[in-house]
Design a binder for this molecule. Structure first.
Ligand code: TYD
Length: 421
């Protein structure tokens, strides 16, 4: 592993932690990726000089089995009126949310029932609950994406979520039958406080359904790019069961889903709810124990796997440069910020990154300053190689980019292994 670099804490970041956010016991250092910018802080040339950094490192709490960042920037620095991630930007995610909504309507939400969505983004998910049929409310701190939802008639609280907001919503609208949160709980440092606020809002037989990147998949695939400022936690089922218990809640189901490269969908009810526990919960707990995920030594092995992956990727890109190949990045994802900065990938190795999000186009990648160009630029200037940063959308992208491959283009991927295909 590279020598750990000094922390370049950004204004307002919490101090580097040595104790677990949940139980207060000591954390053991798992990985240290060094100096890192915010994953979604795409910037203009004029902003280069004022760019801010923090130290991206993660620790493991053995008593809670909770994998967590040691230092996280303040939430207001990450989620704001210029947040450039729009849920609706991928066809696969739109379909995923429509399927999740069908399942919720069928299993948990009666006609006239109340659903809230935490981190509701541009309303892609809540859109699937017609307002003539359900009461729906989004909660979203990033004003620009929240406005996109409001513009479609989806009522949205522009706010972070805590017990105060939970009490106000309950008072104004009543208890929730369903509390959804996709790719959001792992973003919030106060895990106990958030679960407490969820418990307060839920009706006695209400259900909270969350989806977050699954620690087991990150370890199995060495997909270390899931570690970035926004993901303060990567959860195991073991850790979630304990966190829920501490707040009068019970995790009663869990399943592995494809989103974000391998996520966990887990369902939670109140401790005294009549809901039966699915056998899947026990299966997860057993397999996590068996796989070594609860032991610190697994994280030492993970650290070595990250280093190996980084070294191979840099070797591959350097060799391609020596052969005068033209490598472009495909999709300026949040995840790419960790890969680019940890591996030290500079614009001479990856000349531009193509992305479909207008808010990112014309800007530069955080920390490494690679130009982000519109997708049309990729289509009209095929590189010899495309480094796939949105590997979690491989199926959708490979289907869309057959012409690139037919023209002789090659893909470079790094999850689960560095490969040129
Ligand atoms: P995703 O992997 O969902 O993002 P993150 O790592 O940020 O959670 O990818 C979203 C980004 O990828 C977004 O900037 C749009 C871009 N993208 C493309 O440019 N083309 C595509 O075909 C897809 C699926 C995404």
């Amino acid at each position: 592993m590279r020598t750990p670099q000094p922390s370049h804490s950004i204004l307002g970041a919490e101090p580097r932690r040595s104790s677990c956010r949940l139980c207060g016991k000591g954390l053991r250092l798992a990985v240290d990726f060094g100096r890192m910018p915010l994953a979604n802080a795409f910037l203009t040339r004029e902003q280069f000089a004022s760019e801010v950094f923090f130290n991206l490192s993660a620790g493991f709490c053995e008593p809670c089995s909770l994998f967590q960042l040691l230092e996280q920037p303040k939430p207001e620095q990450m989620f704001h009126g210029g947040y450039p991630f729009f849920t609706g930007s991928s066809e696969g995610m739109r379909r995923h949310f429509s399927e999740l909504a069908s399942r919720i309507r069928k299993d948990f939400l009666p006609d006239g029932g109340f659903i809230t969505d935490l981190g509701s983004n541009d309303g892609t998910f809540l859109k699937n609950f017609p307002q003539e049929q359900y009461k729906r409310l989004g909660i979203e701190p990033s004003a620009n994406v929240a406005s996109a939802a409001q513009a479609q008639g989806i009522e949205t609280e522009i706010s972070f979520f805590d017990i105060k907001i939970s009490k106000r919503i309950r008072q104004q609208k009543g208890g929730a039958d369903v509390f959804a949160g996709t790719n959001v709980l792992c973003h919030i440092p106060d895990l106990a406080g958030t679960l407490h606020a969820v418990a307060h809002l839920l009706n006695p037989e209400g259900v909270a359904i969350f989806e977050d990147p699954y620690l087991g998949e990150v370890l199995a695939k060495t997909s270390y790019d899931q570690i970035y400022d926004e993901h303060v936690y990567l959860f195991s089922v073991t850790a979630l069961v304990r966190a829920c218990e501490s707040q009068g809640l019970r995790l009663f189901d869990a399943e592995l889903i494809w989103t974000h490269g391998g996520s966990l969908r887990y369902s939670i009810c109140k401790k005294d709810s009549k809901r039966m526990e699915s056998p899947r919960v026990r299966q997860f707990l057993d397999s996590e124990k068996k796989s070594g995920m609860l032991d610190f030594s697994r994280y030492e092995q993970f650290r070595e796997q990250c280093e190996h992956s980084r070294d191979l990727l840099i070797e591959t890109l350097t060799a391609l440069k020596a052969q005068r190949k033209r490598v472009a990045g495909y999709a300026a994802t949040s995840k790419s910020t960790t890969v680019l900065n940890y591996c030290g990938i500079t614009p001479d190795l990856v000349t531009f990154i193509s992305d479909t999000t207008p808010e990112k186009q014309g800007k530069f990648t955080p920390g490494t300053h690679i130009p982000v160009l519109p997708y049309e630029h990729f289509k009209s200037n095929y590189p010899t190689h495309a480094l796939l940063f949105a590997w979690n959308h491989t199926e959708e992208i490979y289907a869309k980019e057959e012409a690139f491959v037919q023209s002789g283009g090659r893909w470079i991927t790094y999850v689960p292994k560095v490969k040129v295909s």
